[in-house]
Write a protein that binds this ligand. Sequence first.
Ligand code: SF4
Length: 284
Amino acid sequence: MSNSKIKHIIMFSGGASSAYIAKWVVDKYGKESCVLLFTNTQVEDEDNYRFMEDVANYIDLEITYKTDGRTPEDVFFEQKYLGNSRHAQCSHELKVKQTILYLNELIREGFHPILYFGISADEKHRIDSLTFNYGHEFALDVLDEHGEIVEMNEMGIRFPLGNMIRTTSDIHSIIEKEWSIPLPRMYKLGFKHANCAGKCVRAGMHHFANLYRIWPDRYREFEEMEEKFRSKFELNVSMMKRKGKPFTLRELREDTLEKMSEEELLAYSLEEDNDYIPCSCSFS
Ligand code: SF4
């Protein structure tokens, strides 16, 4: 395969690790053969968009935005199915599908696309989820400890972070101190998942408590969307479940969050959601 036909597609999420990987890929292969791909749900926090543009300017590679014009909410209402912690079709429709469509365009033009994710090799659950989403067409390349390809698959998916000795805090420090780019504000506000401006249907109670603590208006908007969906389609559904039953954002707010003191809310919002399953759009 001629190198000029290889396209290195950096799966840019708006997070620090994918930014770090973007620079690594561009330095290694040259920007002419690289694409900084962002599948846009159009509802990201404004500071995520600022961060992405700063990174794109720093590495001197324009972002390729892909969208079909819908937001996650549009997808739920069109499909009459509210995304939830077990099944988030918004991720498939707005992220995976847009990526596959774009890759198919490249393949039709005779390119050989290779995907790069800013995920460490030890995040096995996320790698499994991504290889499941893309795996019917893409397979993992085998790399050595320096990130060099030992065995190249027809179409590869790469997680080069796993081959580098970089911790998350190293990456944050490089971006802030060496690149002089402030990280997206959601990192400092305690969000472990920062896509869709914190309004992710896959999130759990502790994440939503943090959303309520930091941006109560955003929490209310999301709560209203869930209530509107339930009444429009007359369905007893919700994004979260408690004890195997639907548990809405309104119930979480009224039963728990509003009754907490500031200190209790802070402590509760910083706890981990054990059952949280990151989606393919995970901020990394
Ligand atoms: S971040 Fe959450 S709400 Fe947004 S597209 Fe992904 S799964 Fe859907």
